[in-house]
Structures are given as C-alpha cells and as structure tokens.
Design a binder for this molecule. Structure first.
Ligand code: AMP
Ligand code: TRP
Length: 346
C-alpha cells in the first residue's frame, strides 16, 4: 500500500439533541486530533434526510451541531468545518460507489435493520444506501483516519471494502494514470477510549441515543447544571458499592457505564477512577460525577447558546469550510472520473 497523506475525517448527523455519547465517543476526540492531524469535520445533512426531517428544524440542527463543534474546541481556522450538502462531490462519489458496493454487503448492515425496524418496505432507499454515502464522505478526501463511536465500526469496514474493490477493479487505469498501486487508502477506524459506547442512564444494556423517548436516558450538551444533576442522580445503578478493580465491573453495566463516563470526562482510565472511588457508595460517586460533568459540559452548553444566537457567523464558518473541503475533494473526484473512463468536459 503506497503512503497516503494522513488526514482525519468524521461526521455527525444534525438530528435530535447532541448528547454525552456523541461528545465523549466522537466530538471530544475530534478536538484532540487537531494537534496531530489535518482534520475535516462534517455536519452530515445528506445522511440526516434518510429519515424524515422537518425542514425548519433541520436548518436549526445543522447550525446547532456546527455550534457544538466550535464550542467543544474545534478550531475552524485549523480544521475544516462544513456541511455535506454544500460540497457536491459527496453525492457524486456516492453514485459511483453505488456501482462498486454489492447488495450482499449492504444486506449485512445491522444499523439499517435497527433503524428500518419492522416496516422495512417503507424505509427510504437512502436509509439503505446510507453506508455507501458514508464511504464517499471519507474517500472523497482520501482520509486515512476516522474517529467514531463503536456503533460505526461496521460502516467503516464497508468503507474499507469499497476502497479495496475500487482499487482492484480499476487497478489498470489507476496505474496507467500515474496513481501507483492504489487510488484510495484503506482507512483506519479510530474507536476507543473509555467511552467508545456510552450507554443509556436508564438501562446500561442500551446505547445512549438521540432517539430514546426518555430524556432521562441521556445528558444533552444543552442541559443546564440542574438538568445534569437530576439526570445523574436518577441514573440507574445496582445496590453494591463500586469495586476497586475493573474486573468487578463485569456484569454491572450501569456501574461500568458511569465509571467509563467519569474516566472519559476526566481524561483518565477506568482503573484510575476505581483507584480513587473503589469501595464508595453510588451516592458519593454520583455527587463527584455531577460536579465533574457540570464543570466540563456547562461551558460547552453556554458557548453553544451564544453561538447559535449568531447564525450569520455560523453560516460564514460553514461557507469557508465548504470552499476548503471542495478544494480537496474536487481534484480527487475528477481523477476518479478519469479512472472510471468518463470523458471530461473541455
Ligand atoms: P450520530 O449522532 O449518529 O451522527 O453520531 C455521531 C458520532 O457520535 C458517531 O461517531 C457515533 O459513533 C458517536 N456516538 C453516538 N452515540 C454514541 C454513544 N452512545 N456512545 C459513544 N459514541 C456515540
Ligand atoms: N454515520 C455516522 C453516524 O451516524 C455519521 C457519518 C456520516 C460519518 N459520514 C461519516 C462518520 C463519515 C464518520 C465518517 O454517526
């Protein structure tokens, strides 16, 4: 595999409230990656409409996710912050990848099955095709690293399969046109840390999710200190004190989840947390978790509110990001079209 320039890409859907899982599993890690890599962070509005979105609400959510990126510490001067629908190359490459990906591959995607539910006949074609668009998002930039939560693992495997098949199917043209052994990198998923899968505060066996009907299941980035405190205090636990070793968290999903959240918020490991709180009752641990969560999330929520009050500024950030993103994607997609054998407009 030839060396590709290291580039980070990730996306977040502008659907529903951003919560602690999105923050710890994704956005907080996006912020940290800026020190080491050139990064693109995308508000994936084309993905959002794979299920029904009220138009005015979608507009609001696109700006709110952008505000969350900035409030969390993504620097739009250093990283490229933009929304997907402003860069036409995503949809263009997705079509070409539709003709590379196989039906059998998509039939295995578990997230489609979950999201489509029982009424699969009535799901949009876009929802089924969602992972192909995701591959196009990443590979339009030939991104080498993608930080995401655990739930995106299977989609990233599909991205790798599409890159591999494109490289193989078109190996002759890729060579002839001077791209060497492979046109697309085989992207590395970056899934990890203590909060790769944050669970519901009401049920430690269910993922924390935007679509859970109970707002007590999640901490939203826009919750105020009282809201955060109430949700943490009401979080489901068992009756035992905290163990002093991580092995003692096995089969205790709620305890494991709260310890993982504490660790991720404080940039330490579960072991570190248990070294301090092993033997403690949940009442005491939850008190410390409330203080920590309020200290870390409070300023982000406040900054989000300030930013969304100025949509003109957010729109300017997005426009600048889209121009910079397109400058990277356009030559890549032009090369893909040559490789496939299309005739360029002269
Ligand atoms: P989405 O809101 O589905 O676009 O997700 C945005 C990012 O947050 C993706 O990288 C997801 O993997 C991540 N994410 C969503 N829910 C969770 C969760 N409960 N725990 C950890 N990461 C999550
Ligand atoms: N599917 C991702 C999610 O729901 C969002 C997404 C779209 C994404 N395109 C992406 C994530 C590209 C990483 C890279 O969380």
């Amino acid at each position: 595999m030839p060396a590709f320039k290291e580039l980070v890409f990730s996306g977040v859907q502008p659907t529903g409230n951003l919560h602690l899982g999105n923050y710890l599993g994704a956005i907080k890690r996006f912020v940290a990656m800026q020190a080491q890599f050139e990064c693109l962070y995308c508000v994936v509005d084309l993905h959002a409409i794979t299920v029904w979105q009220d138009p005015a609400e979608l507009t609001r959510q696109i700006r709110e996710v952008t505000a969350a990126f900035l409030a969390a510490g993504i620097d739009p001067a250093r990283s490229v912050v933009f929304n997907q629908s402003q860069v036409p190359q995503h949809a263009e490459l997705a079509w070409i990848f539709n003709c590379v990906a196989r039906l059998g591959w998509l039939n295995r995607m578990t997230q489609f099955k979950e999201k489509a539910g029982k009424d699969r006949e009535n799901a949009s074609v876009g929802l089924y095709d969602y992972p192909v668009l995701m591959a196009a998002d990443i590979l339009a930039y030939r991104a080498t690293h993608v930080p995401v939560g655990e739930d995106q693992k299977q989609h990233l495997e599909l991205t790798r399969d599409i890159a591999q098949k494109f490289n193989n199917d078109f190996a002759g043209a890729i060579q002839e046109q001077g791209h060497g052994e492979a046109f697309f990198p085989i992207t590395e998923p970056l899934i990890g840390g203590p909060a790769a899968r944050v669970m519901s505060l009401r049920d430690g066996t269910k993922k924390m999710s935007k679509s859970d009907p109970s707002d007590y299941s999640r901490i939203n980035l826009t919750d105020d200190s009282d809201g955060i405190a109430t949700k943490v205090r009401k979080a489901k636990t068992d009756a035992e004190p905290l163990p002093s070793e991580t092995a003692g968290l096995e089969k205790r999903p709620e305890a494991d989840n709260l310890v993982g959240i504490f660790a991720a918020l404080n940039d330490v490991s579960r072991e570190d947390v248990l070294r301090e709180y092993g033997g403690a009752q949940f009442s005491a641990f939850k008190g410390a978790l409330v203080d920590l969560a309020v200290a870390k999330l409070g300023p982000i929520g406040a900054e989000m509110k300030r930013l969304v009050a100025d949509p003109g500024h957010i729109d300017a950030v997005l426009a600048d990001g889209a121009a910079r993103a397109e400058a990277i994607a356009a030559p890549n997609i032009a090369a893909v079209k040559d490789i496939v054998g299309f005739v360029r407009r002269r």
